[in-house]
Design a protein around this ligand. Structure first.
Ligand code: NAD
Length: 503
C-alpha cells in the first residue's frame, strides 16, 4: 500500500437496471480526496459486456417508460425534486470529498441542478405539440414530440452532480432511458443519484450509470442502440466525441472548454468589477467552464482595477472544503494543480507580470492546493492567454479601447461566456449585439442562464446545433412526428389518383 493511502478504499461500481453492480473488467482508477492528497477510492471501469448489459436494460425499460402518462411523469419528477432536495447535503458532501470544492459551493451546484429538475416538472407543457385544423378540406395536421429511446450523457469532473442533472432530468422527463458515464475523478454522486431516482419510483433501467474512461466512451459512441449523446468536457475530447458520434449516426451535442473574458470599461464601478473578478476567477478554484479567466482592462481602468483585485486576494481563505471558513478548495488532482501552477513560470518567462503567486499561499498539507494567483500585462501570444488554464490563475490583458477589447473576445477560439462591466447602457447593448459568444453577462460575471433558457457556448465551446437544458434540451431529447389525418366522411369520399392538394 502506498504511503498516501491511510484508509480502506471505497470501491465504486456501476448502477444498472436499478441495482448497484460491481465491475468485473479488472480495470479501475484512483479517486482522491484533493484536500488531503489521499487516495480514498477505486472506481471500476466498465467492460464491453457491462456496457452492453446497461444498454440492454435501458432499451427494455424505455419501451415501457415512454408509455407512462405525462401526469405520472410529472408526479414522479415532483418526488425526484423533493428527494434530491432532501439529500442535497449528502450529494454536496460527496462532491466536496472527491472534487474538493467547498461545501457551500457544492450545495450551490446541487441547487442549480435542482432548478433543471424543477423546470422539467412542467414536462406536460413542454411536450405540447401543434395542431392545424382544416389544413385541407376535412384534413387536420398535427405534430407530436416523441422520445428518442436510449440516450447517454458523458460528463466532466467539475460539476459531478449538476451537469448530469442538465442531461438526465430532461432526457428522462421526455420519455427516454438514460445512461450516464460520469467523470472517473469524482464518480460517487452518480450512484447516490441512482438510489434517489429508484426511491422516487423511477422504473428500473430508466437511469443507469457506467463508470469508466475512454473505453466506455468509445463503446457508447459506437453502440447501435443509443440514439443520442450529450457530452460536456474539454474541447479536444468534445470535438472527437461529436465527430465520432455523428459518424455513427447519432444525434450529438458536445460542450467544450472555455476562455471567458471579463471586459471592464473605464466608466465601470471598479470596486464592483474587482469583487466580481475575484469571485468569478477563483470560485471553485477556477474549475468552472464559466469562470472568468481573463480580465480585459480597457483604457485607464487597468491600474485601479489591478490594485483593487490585488487588495482582495489576501482575504481569500484557501483550505479544506469541509471547513466552513474555507472559500476556495484544492484542485482536483496533483497533475492538474502542477499544470495550472506551470503558468506562473511560463507567464513571467513570456513577459507577464506575476502580481500574486499562489504557490506561496497554498496550504502545505499534501492536498492539491494552489492559492489565488494573478498575472498582469498578459498578451494574446502567451500560453497563459491561449490555454484554458482551468485553475485559480487570473490574467489581466490591458487594451487601449473598447473596439480592441471586442476584437480580442471575438478572435478567441472559445465562445462560452463573456461579461462586460460598464455603466453605459448603450455600449452594453452594442456589445451584446456584436460579441461572438453564447452567454453574455452585463455587470454579471458568470452568466449561467436560468433553467428555462438554454446553456451553451459558440465556436470551439460547443459542437452541435442545440444548447443544453431549457427549451433546446427538450428539443434535443425528442423528435417530432407530423401526422396528417382525415376521418371518413361519406359525403366527400371518392377515388382520386392525383397528387394530394392542400387547397
Ligand atoms: P475531459 O474532456 O477530460 O473529460 C470529460 C469526459 O470525457 C469524462 O467523462 C472523461 O472520462 C471523458 N474522456 C476523457 N478523455 C477521453 C478520451 N480521450 N476519449 C473519450 N473520452 C474521454 O474534461 P474534464 O477535465 O473532466 O472537465 C473539464 C473540462 O470540461 C474543461 O475544459 C471545462 O471547460 C469543460 N467544461 C465545459 C462545460 C460547458 O458547459 N461548456 C461545463 C463543464 C466543464
Amino acid at each position: 500500500m502506498s504511503a498516501a493511502v491511510t484508509t480502506e478504499l471505497k470501491v465504486i461500481g456501476h448502477w444498472i437496471g436499478g441495482e448497484p453492480v460491481a465491475g468485473q473488467s479488472g480495470r479501475s482508477g484512483p479517486v482522491y480526496n484533493p484536500a488531503t492528497g489521499e487516495q480514498t477510492g477505486e472506481v471500476q471501469f466498465a467492460s464491453i459486456e457491462e456496457i452492453d448489459r446497461a444498454v440492454a436494460a435501458a432499451k427494455a425499460a424505455s419501451a415501457t417508460w415512454r408509455t407512462f402518462s405525462l401526469s405520472k411523469r410529472t408526479e414522479l419528477f415532483f418526488r425526484i425534486y423533493q428527494l434530491v432536495h432532501e439529500h442535497r447535503e449528502d450529494l454536496a458532501r460527496l462532491l466536496t470529498a472527491e472534487h474538493g470544492k467547498v461545501l457551500s459551493d457544492a450545495l450551490g451546484e446541487v441547487q442549480r441542478g435542482l432548478e433543471v429538475i424543477e423546470y422539467v416538472c412542467g414536462i406536460a407543457e413542454l411536450l405540447k405539440g401543434e395542431y392545424s385544423e382544416q389544413a385541407s378540406t376535412g384534413i387536420d395536421v398535427y405534430s407530436i414530440r416523441q422520445p428518442l429511446g436510449v440516450v447517454a450523457g458523458i460528463t466532466p469532473f467539475n460539476f459531478p452532480a449538476m451537469v448530469p442533472m442538465w442531461m438526465w432530468a430532461p432526457a428522462i422527463a421526455c420519455g427516454n432511458a438514460f445512461i450516464l458515464k460520469p467523470s472517473e475523478k469524482d464518480p460517487s454522486a452518480s450512484l447516490l443519484t441512482g438510489e434517489l431516482l429508484k426511491e422516487a419510483g423511477l422504473p428500473d433501467g430508466v437511469f443507469n450509470v457506467l463508470q469508466g474512461d475512454k473505453v466506455a466512451v468509445d463503446a457508447l459512441l459506437q453502440h447501435p442502440d443509443i440514439a443520442a449523446i450529450s457530452f460536456v468536457g474539454s474541447t479536444p475530447i468534445a470535438r472527437y466525441v461529436y465527430e465520432t458520434g455523428t459518424k455513427a449516426g447519432k444525434r450529438m451535442q458536445a460542450l467544450g472548454g472555455a476562455k471567458n473574458h471579463m471586459v471592464v470599461l473605464p466608466d465601470a464601478d471598479i470596486a464592483m468589477a474587482a469583487d466580481a473578478a475575484v469571485s468569478a476567477g477563483y470560485g471553485s478554484a477556477g474549475e468552472r467552464c464559466m469562470a472568468v479567466s481573463v480580465v480585459v482592462a480597457v483604457g485607464d481602468a487597468g491600474d485601479e482595477l489591478v490594485d483593487a483585485i490585488k487588495e482582495r486576494l489576501p482575504k481569500v481563505k484557501v483550505g479544506d472544503g469541509l471547513d466552513p471558513s474555507s472559500e476556495m478548495g484544492p484542485l482536483v488532482t496533483r497533475e492538474h494543480r502542477d499544470k495550472v501552477a506551470s503558468y506562473l513560470d511560463s507567464g513571467p518567462a513570456q513577459g507577464a507580470t506575476l502580481v500574486a503567486d499562489g504557490r506561496d499561499t497554498a496550504p502545505d498539507n499534501g492536498g492539491f492546493f494552489l492559492g489565488v494567483s494573478l498575472l498582469d500585462d498578459v498578451t494574446p501570444e502567451m500560453d497563459a492567454y491561449r490555454d484554458e488554464i482551468f485553475g485559480p490563475v487570473l490574467s489581466v490583458v490591458r487594451v487601449p479601447t473598447y473596439d480592441e477589447a471586442l476584437r480580442l473576445v471575438n478572435e478567441n477560439p472559445y465562445g462560452n461566456g463573456v461579461a462586460l462591466f460598464t455603466r453605459d447602457g448603450g455600449v452594453a447593448r452594442q456589445f451584446q449585439f456584436d460579441v461572438n459568444v453564447g452567454m453574455v453577462g452585463i455587470n454579471v460575471p458568470i452568466p449561467v442562464p436560468v433553467a428555462y433558457y438554454s446553456f451553451g457556448g459558440w465556436k470551439s465551446s460547443l459542437f452541435g446545433d442545440r444548447h443544453i437544458y431549457g427549451p433546446e434540451g427538450i428539443d434535443f431529447y425528442t423528435r417530432t412526428k407530423a401526422v396528417t389525418s382525415r376521418w371518413p366522411d361519406p359525403a366527400t369520399s371518392k377515388v382520386d389518383l392525383g397528387f394530394p392538394q392542400t387547397r
